[in-house]
Design a protein around this ligand. Structure first.
Ligand code: SAM
Ligand code: SF4
Length: 330
């Protein structure tokens, strides 16, 4: 699949549920209204949709959410999609998770063929972790990380950089993650969904600043390591580990975008930061054969926009789009 700007679309992210067992302050409001269950695609329908994308050339599939591991029976979806790994049609099946259920599922994920997981963790401080996630328990996530490593999964820790909140901990997080053989990636907070304008403005920390601070303590050497996502990586000479930066605001990376995102209702967003979307649920349900669906996918890819227009400053603190990250999938 090639979009109008000549970009090869080979990566699909799927939000398998908009629900979550955490309520991270930058991601969700405390009193979220979730989708009625009737609107959500069944796991069989999600598998059929994902398989259509694999047939069309998607090589990398990431399940996310919401929290993907709180969806009932989600392992049956992983198992179904794992078949595309066995056939060689799919190169990578992976997930982004808050880690709360990893202790339960790590072994099975590894057996299905998952090799790497992204685990979101913004702090090593128990109390701050509870404040940031509102409902999360750091020890439970730590047990999840242990189980994932025991099962042989490679781990990348994702931390959203929050000004005045966790920026004093980056040095500790680098030492801790690299000490355990895990990559660390820092992410700029994006203006997605209503959480209160003032809150967003207060949270935003340009990673150019964070990087300059980190470089006072560590030697960062440019690296051409890539995972198919938007992170730019450095090698930290003191630890020998990898540190990535995802900078949608300070350094736009849309020109190399290879991704589209599917929600759990079958809506395809061709860009995380734009409103335009294509409904794939109706074409999916219209016929047993995939012809109608294939046409809808082709039309959607032909509309992929050039990029997002994220800005956070005093005049632009409202969301760029009203959807929360948990809807489109991070
Ligand atoms: N629940 C899973 C988790 O937390 O990893 C998967 C879904 S979560 C929406 C995916 C990623 O998006 C997480 O790393 C989270 O920190 C990040 N995220 C959520 N809201 C964000 C925002 N407004 N700006 C930047 N990253 C955000
Ligand atoms: Fe849930 Fe992940 Fe959003 Fe946190 S970032 S509320 S864990 S979906």
């Amino acid at each position: 699949m090639i979009d109008p700007f000549g970009r090869h679309i080979s990566y699909l992210r799927v939000s398998v549920t908009d629900r979550c067992d955490f309520r991270c302050v930058y991601c969700m409001a405390e009193d979220m209204t979730f989708l009625p269950k009737a609107e959500v695609l069944s796991l069989e329908e999600l598998e059929r949709l994902c398989s259509a994308f694999v047939r069309r050339g998607v090589k990398k599939l990431r399940l996310t959410g919401g929290e993907p591991l709180v969806r009932k029976n989600v392992m049956s979806l992983f198992r179904g999609l794992g078949r595309h790994l066995d056939s060689g049609a799919l190169e990578e099946l992976t997930l982004t998770t808050n880690g709360s259920q990893l202790a339960k599922y790590a072994r099975e994920l590894a057996a299905i063929g998952v090799k790497r997981v992204n685990v979101s963790m913004d702090t090593l401080d128990r109390d701050l972790f509870r404040q940031l996630t509102r409902w999360g328990d750091l020890d439970q996530v730590m047990r999840g990380l242990d189980a994932a490593q025991d099962a042989g999964l490679q781990i990348k820790i994702n931390a959203v950089a929050l000004r005045g909140v966790n920026d004093h901990e980056f040095g500790d997080m680098i030492r801790w993650s690299h000490g355990r053989g895990m990559d660390l990636v820092l992410i700029e907070v994006m203006p997605l969904g209503e959480i209160g304008d003032q809150a967003r403005l207060e949270q935003y920390l340009p990673l150019s600043l964070a990087r300059a601070n980190i470089a006072r303590e560590f030697t960062l050497t440019d690296s051409d390591y890539r995972t198919g996502g938007p992170a730019r990586y450095f090698r930290v000479e003191e630890t020998g580990g990898r540190l990535g930066f995802i900078t949608p605001l300070t350094h736009n990376f849309c020109e190399s975008c290879n991704r589209v995102r599917l929600t759990c209702t079958g809506t395809l967003y061709m860009c995380l930061g734009q409103e335009d979307a294509a409904d794939l649920r109706a074409p999916l349900r219209a016929s047993e054969s995939d012809d109608v669906l294939d046409r809808a996918i082709t039309e959607a890819i032909a509309r992929k926009p050039k990029g997002h227009d994220f800005i956070i400053d005093r005049r632009h603190s409202a969301p760029a789009v009203p959807r929360h990250m948990s809807v489109t999938g991070g």
